[in-house]
Ligand binder design. Structure first.
Ligand SMILES: [Zn+2]
Ligand SMILES: [Zn+2]
Ligand SMILES: [Zn+2]
Length: 153
């Protein structure tokens, strides 16, 4: 609903943007309204689609640039889906990776405890700091079963 009253932290976004020399445009406000109504996970494409439902003139690049600024402000954090496209966490509470099933498209979260040994081995062995939100593992869930091996002999 256009003109709705936004709750925090969304209500302050306009002043954050102005402090960075960015204008608080109707397009940017629309992105904020869509995010304020979104659950924890939403893809970039879904955000663009929801903006378009309210304003058919929505330009995807404007939406993505706004999302970049919101990520700098800590209001969203992106990872990537199985197709490599952006997948956003709205107001991320904790870092986690994801499992994606290539059969049914299902998605499950990989919490810190489940990946601790893998992550700590990389951090110690490679001295590489892991961004857990970018950990995307693609495979098959138990219901879809493993992909059948090629040619039987
Ligand atoms: Zn990324
Ligand atoms: Zn599956
Ligand atoms: Zn997630």
């Amino acid at each position: 609903v256009a003109g709705q009253v936004l709750a925090e932290p969304w209500a302050s976004v306009g002043s954050h943007l102005r402090r960075r020399g960015l204008r608080w445009t109707p397009q940017r406000r629309l992105v904020i309204e869509v995010l304020a109504e979104s659950a924890d996970h939403v893809t970039g494409i879904e955000i663009v689609e929801r903006c378009r439902q309210r304003d058919p003139a929505t330009v995807p690049s404007t939406v993505y640039r706004t999302l970049d600024v919101l990520e700098e402000l800590g209001l969203v954090r992106h990872g990537h889906g199985a197709d490599g496209r952006e997948d956003y966490h709205v107001q991320p509470a904790d870092d986690h990776g994801h499992l994606y099933c290539s059969g049914c498209g299902g998605r499950w979260e990989l919490g810190d405890a489940q990946v601790r040994s893998f992550v700590s081995e990389i951090e110690r062995g490679r001295r590489f700091s892991v961004d857990l939100s970018h950990l995307t593992v693609v495979g098959r869930c138990v219901e879809c079963g493993p992909v059948e091996a090629g040619t039987p002999d």
